[in-house]
Design a protein around this ligand. Structure first.
Ligand code: NDP
Length: 247
């Protein structure tokens, strides 16, 4: 059975580590051409080389997803180089958790910029191409924290609820263009995400929790591949997955 991934051009933001990196490796192994976006260019260039050494097809493009022009350039570059854009995985995100009363207002701003505006910038950059092609898939990374709020996750959860809301709105609007939309909501996955938490107590509590129950980023890669691999008339709208031991 054809996997419906083979030959597709997939843009992945946040490809320099964690789940984006795992998705890039897995999708390229299944035959996708992957376009890797992140700010740490040394990491994505190394990953692109590794994928090519394994017989895959990859291109690294520097991008800060908060900068609309840079995201547009990422997508334009992919189209110029590979002729079309089949999938964008808007995955870049940050999670500097803190309780609201500690007033880490700069971190609130950053989460809104990366986790919400970054996703919107990705959508805005691909939509004209996908409408023209009358095909495409927009996959946005939300979270279990986009379904429930934890102590210290108020602003982060707000951004991840927003990702679900805007993706569901988009889903209903893009039907005439044959565009699929998918929300992926991971639970605790072992990545570098906790490193940005500046509140020592919140960071220690989360490190202990994810250290105890967290699963491999490969879990995310398989979920994304499942959503892409469906026949074009099947749209996986949302997937929530957690470690089996997570509450
Ligand atoms: P990582 O910290 O390992 O990866 C985050 C990625 O986002 C990095 O590649 C980073 O690249 C990129 N990124 C951050 N800011 C920007 C920016 N301004 N522009 C471009 N890229 C940026 O964490 P994860 O792999 O865990 O996170 C991936 C997604 O999964 C995030 O959206 C996160 O919120 C979500 N998530 C994670 C969970 C988990 O338990 N790990 C659970 C639920 C959701 P660089 O710094 O090089 O720019």
């Amino acid at each position: 059975m054809e996997n419906n991934i083979l030959g597709k051009v997939v843009i992945i933001t946040g490809a320099s580590s964690g789940m984006g990196e795992a998705a890039a490796k897995h999708l390229s192994a299944l035959g996708a051409t992957v376009v890797l976006g992140a700010r740490r260019t040394d990491r994505i260039e190394r990953l692109a080389m590794e994928i090519q050494d394994n017989g895959g097809n990859a291109l690294a493009v520097a991008v800060d997803v908060t900068q609309r022009e840079q995201v547009k350039k990422l997508v334009d570059t992919a189209v110029e180089k590979f002729g079309s854009i089949d999938v964008i995985l808007n995955n870049a995100g940050i999670m500097p958790l803190s309780t609201m009363d500690s007033l880490h207002v700069d971190e609130w701003d950053k989460m809104i910029d990366v986790n919400i505006k970054g996703v919107l910038n990705g959508i805005a950059a691909v939509l004209p191409y996908m409408k023209e092609q009358k095909s495409g898939q927009i996959i946005n990374t939300s979270s279990v924290a986009g379904h429930k709020v934890f102590n210290g996750s108020a602003v982060y959860s707000a951004t991840k609820y927003a990702v679900r809301a805007l993706t569901e709105g988009l889903r209903m609007e893009v039907k005439p263009y044959n565009i699929r939309t998918t929300i992926v909501c991971p639970g605790a996955v072992r990545t570098e995400l906790l490193e940005q938490i500046t509140d020592v107590n919140v960071r220690q509590a989360n490190e202990a929790y994810v250290g105890a129950v967290g699963i491999s980023p490969d879990s995310f890669a398989r979920v994304v591949a499942f959503a892409i691999s469906q026949p074009e008339d099947v749209d996986i709208n949302e997937i929530i997955f957690r470690p089996t031991s997570q509450e």
